[in-house]
Design a protein around this ligand. Structure first.
Ligand code: URA
Length: 438
């Protein structure tokens, strides 16, 4: 589209939504295209985004908005993948972002160990949530930027690839996301759903499993909002011909014990070696079951390939194929400090958001786009809900290369653990499954 369309202009699009009316398909196609080409100004798009946050969009509008973002760029195609003369099915996983969420690291090689191809296009950290690419870059030599040809070769030979999305996929989303980030317009179900699904559909995966987070560490903490987000994304995926399912999972408490970069890789390797924290194993296996089911592989227990070393073999092949050395020691922080319990009792809650903020302040995340992160930075969480603690016991160990960051991280962690007199009711990691038609 040229950025012009008869009878449509930025102000009428903004006022339609401002006044609570649905946008037409023509208005949506025009405004997304015109913004991508610099015809609609950022201040106009900001006004429209805020109107969408406040007024919402119906499923038809969300679907048209998503397609317009897909149409702004190229679409990848993995339908021709094969190994030993057999067509390879592709399945991907996307998490809405959490604290300590390293699940992609054990999950992609685990699913690939069953002969399914996993093209996992991942991102970098955003605010208090960590980024898969930042974590993997703590492995000496590993690189995130692959050409499409390299991705295809790796998928056919190794089965799993975790790499950066090409800038040509859904460029409208990249522009809109940057604007939303600085205009207070991230927290909107239509905008989050269309942002995530435009990238996933453009990426060309055959099937997709969504891990939609609920709780303090999630972008949309409330369970009802998370359920609506999950149902909206499943609907978008299925209508675009991508077999899609979603799990709602708890993100009130950090996942596992480690939040940061190298510390999360180390924990993932423990899981691939058949150990690791029970909640990380539980979620990895639950998501693997979903992915394998969508890929047509049933009657397997994915925990088996964690125990027998096949998932670890896939991991080593995946890291090596991207230039990494799976045997190299991971970077370790020069400085550590602890946060201790001020009182005795039973841990009622460990606040995921506070732990994410602390890891970010220690240097695991960025304050401005493009900033480098510290591979060594992070938080190790020593307690979980239900644990008994005594005053003076260690609750958290903070890791950083720059000790002047400890004070800010400590400020985030003080009060992050609620200690009470009673054993709390602990919500399971996997809260519910959301299928098409919900
Ligand atoms: N992740 C995305 O890709 N987009 C959003 O809007 C939120 C999280």
């Amino acid at each position: 589209m040229s950025g012009e369309s008869v009878g449509i202009d930025p102000i009428s699009v903004i006022t339609t939504k401002r006044d609570g009316r649905a946008l037409t398909d023509a208005q949506i196609d025009w405004v997304v295209d015109a913004y991508t080409h610099g015809v609609v100004a950022p201040e106009q798009m900001s006004a429209l985004l805020m109107a969408i946050v406040l007024r919402g969009m119906d499923r038809r509008e969300i679907s048209t908005w998503t397609q317009a973002m897909i149409d702004s760029g190229a679409q990848a195609d993995f339908s021709g993948l094969s190994r030993d003369g057999r067509r390879l099915v592709t399945v991907d996983k996307h998490s809405t972002g959490g604290v300590g969420d390293k699940i992609t690291l054990p999950l992609a090689p685990l699913v690939a160990s069953y002969g399914v191809a996993v093209p996992q296009l991942s991102g970098r950290g955003l605010g208090h949530t960590g980024g898969t690419l930042d974590k993997l870059e703590s492995i000496p030599g590993w690189r995130a930027d692959l050409t499409v040809e390299e991705m295809i070769t790796q998928l056919e030979q190794v089965g799993a690839v975790v790499c950066a999305a090409s800038p040509g996929l859904a460029p409208a989303d990249r522009l809109l996301y940057a604007l939303r980030d600085v205009t207070g317009t991230v927290e909107s179900i239509p905008l989050i759903a269309s942002s995530i699904m435009s990238k996933k559909i453009a990426e060309g995966t055959g099937a997709l499993v969504l891990d939609v987070k609920v709780g303090s560490g999630a972008f949309l903490p409330g369970e009802d909002d998370a359920r609506e987000l999950a149902a909206t994304m499943v609907d978008l995926g299925e209508r675009a011909g991508v077999a899609t399912s979603a799990l709602l999972t708890d993100m009130d408490t950090p996942l596992g014990r480690a939040a940061g970069n190298a510390v999360e890789v180390a924990e993932s390797v423990e899981v691939l070696a058949g150990g690791g924290p029970a909640d990380v194993v539980e979620l990895t296996v639950a998501l693997a079951v979903e992915m394998l089911t969508l890929a047509g592989v049933s009657d397997v227990d994915p925990a088996e390939n964690l125990r027998n070393g096949r998932a670890m073999d896939s991991w080593r092949a995946m890291i090596t194929a991207q230039g990494g050395d799976p045997d190299a020691p991971l970077p370790r922080a020069r400085h550590t400090d602890v946060v201790i319990a001020e009182q005795s009792g039973v841990v009622a809650r460990v606040d995921a958001r506070a732990v994410g903020d602390a890891a970010w302040r220690l240097g695991a995340g960025r304050s401005v786009p493009g900033e480098s992160v510290q591979a060594e930075a992070g938080v190790i969480v020593h307690v979980a809900p239900g644990d008994e603690v005594r005053a003076g016991e260690v609750l958290f160990v903070m890791h950083t290369q720059t000790p002047e960051r400890f004070a800010a991280a400590r400020a985030a962690l003080v009060g992050a653990v609620d200690i009470g007199a009673h054993t709390p009711v602990v919500r399971p990691r996997v809260i519910e499954r959301v299928r098409f038609g919900a």
